[in-house]
Design a protein around this ligand. Structure first.
Ligand SMILES: Cc1cc2nc3c(=O)[nH]c(=O)nc-3n(C[C@H](O)[C@H](O)[C@H](O)COP(=O)(O)OP(=O)(O)OC[C@H]3O[C@@H](n4cnc5c(N)ncnc54)[C@H](O)[C@@H]3O)c2cc1C
Length: 409
């Protein structure tokens, strides 16, 4: 049987985690692939840490999407703590919630995937400005005025996707009412590393929680002293527009990149962190430079394809970061798309099957993210008076959607 995939001329829009995965997989399946990335250079590291279930990491290695030597740490629990006067340094340990996640450095994952996109496929400095449906072809228009026709377009262009806006103009990403303020700190700045060896730390406070964990350093260093503490604090922000003003007075759309936040705003957030966190964690936050923030949004979508235009990764259903599935979802969408097209003789039938499966699975993740957001941010109970039994009862009664992120005992 000749697969539908091998006859296709495919455009992938976006050259990050999802775009590289899609380009590598579809090209290996025999398609002619062109990837358009708007950035003029290789992508920079953003967000230091990625948590991925072990089965997914093993699958990526088996498919040679990443090398077997990609560095990671294993996290066996979410260590849930709350500030306590009696335990000023680390706070009250409420629960070590079981998990099985591998913690990777975003940049290492990206560079592994990028290295598997064939030469000549990845075109930088190419911003796509419009997509025109021409039946069994799609015309891709670029900012420089050029255009080209493809049999299939895979939009892997992130949370503000042009592809999603083109297919579903009525769908907006909804602001959840809180932001994630983030930073990282080289390990050598820590007074002590021992507390963070035990997994992913989730430190609760009224109106949110902070996340702290080790990831391999920028060059993949995993030895003591080479690691990076990756952290984030969820904070309610009612007036998002005022929060998103940078140090030059410009208002940003949904995120303040590293180095953009006004110094007085960053100083105020660090002071606020002292009132929310036990000293060990507040010190990490206080010492971090060039912190950044983004608004937490999400959206479900009705389908992953309309005609010959497909969505993948964050361009599709967009879940809150509590789910820890950003990278996983993008790679999974790409692998599933190749599998569906390879298994079929007819393109449109394969796309429908793929779209139905991704829509169901990924919208479910969005709903999972909302449950976690309500439990861990908007309606977080005071963990300072809770023990492991009470915590488990509360969590299982509040978060009812199962995923691999939280291992069941
Ligand atoms: C600020 C920020 C921080 C994050 N930090 C983390 C983290 O620490 N851990 C984690 O697990 N996840 C994190 N995520 C999410 C994670 O980066 C993504 O889920 C993951 O990279 C998969 O995304 P993606 O490839 O689908 O989209 P993205 O990584 O957003 O990539 C989209 C790509 O498309 C390109 N593009 C967009 N529009 C066009 C266009 N019109 N033409 C051509 N190219 C275009 C962009 O330049 C970009 O390279 C973060 C996301 C954001 C926005």
């Amino acid at each position: 049987m000749k697969s539908a995939l091998s006859s296709l001329d495919i455009a992938v829009i976006g050259g990050s985690i999802t775009g590289c995965s899609a380009a590598a997989e579809l090209a290996r399946g025999g398609a002619r692939v062109t990837l358009f990335e708007r950035s003029g250079e290789e992508l920079k590291d953003r967000g230091a840490g990625i948590g991925i279930p072990p089965s997914a990491v093993e699958a990526y290695v088996a498919r040679d999407l990443i090398g077997a030597d990609v560095p990671y740490f294993h996290a066996g629990s979410f260590v849930r703590r709350w500030r306590s006067l009696g335990e000023p340094e680390l706070g009250h340990l409420a629960w070590a919630q079981p998990t099985t996640l591998r913690l990777l450095n975003w940049g290492m994952l990206y560079r592994n995937l990028r290295a598997r996109v064939p030469d000549g496929v990845y075109r930088t400095g190419c911003r796509v400005t419009a997509l025109e449906d021409e039946g069994d072809k799609v015309r891709v228009l670029l900012e420089d005025g050029a255009s080209a026709r493809f049999d299939l377009v895979v939009c892997a262009d992130g949370y503000a996707s042009l592809g999603r806006r083109t297919l579903f103009p009525e769908i907006t990403t909804d602001y959840a009412g809180y932001v994630l303020w983030r930073g990282s700190l080289p390990e050598h700045h820590l007074k002590q590393s021992a507390p963070l060896e035990s997994g992913i730390h989730a430190v609760g406070y009224e109106g949110g929680h902070g996340i702290f964990y080790f990831v391999p350093g920028p060059e993949g260093g995993t030895r003591v002293g080479e690691r990076l503490v990756n952290w984030g604090m969820y904070l309610p922000v009612a007036d998002l527009q005022s929060f998103m003003v940078d140090r030059a007075g410009r208002v940003h759309e949904g995120s303040l990149p590293p180095g953009a936040m006004a110094l007085h705003a960053e100083a105020d957030l660090k002071t606020g962190a002292r009132d929310k966190l036990p000293a060990f964690y507040a010190d990490i936050v206080a010492q971090s430079e060039d912190t950044y923030a983004y608004a937490i949004c999400d959206c479900e979508i009705p389908a992953y394809r309309v005609g010959r235009i497909c969505l993948a990764g964050d361009a599709g259903a967009f879940a809150r970061p509590h789910t820890g599935t950003g990278a996983l979802k993008g790679v999974t969408d790409a692998i599933a798309l190749r599998n569906a097209l390879e298994a079929a003789e007819e393109v449109d039938a394969a796309l429908t099957v793929w779209s139905d499966a991704q829509t169901e699975a990924n919208n479910r993740l969005v709903r999972f993210g909302r449950q976690l957001g309500n439990a861990l941010v908007r309606e977080i109970p005071d963990w300072s008076r809770m023990d492991a039994v009470a915590m488990e009862r509360w969590f299982n009664g509040t978060v009812t959607i199962d995923t691999e992120v939280f291992a069941k005992e």
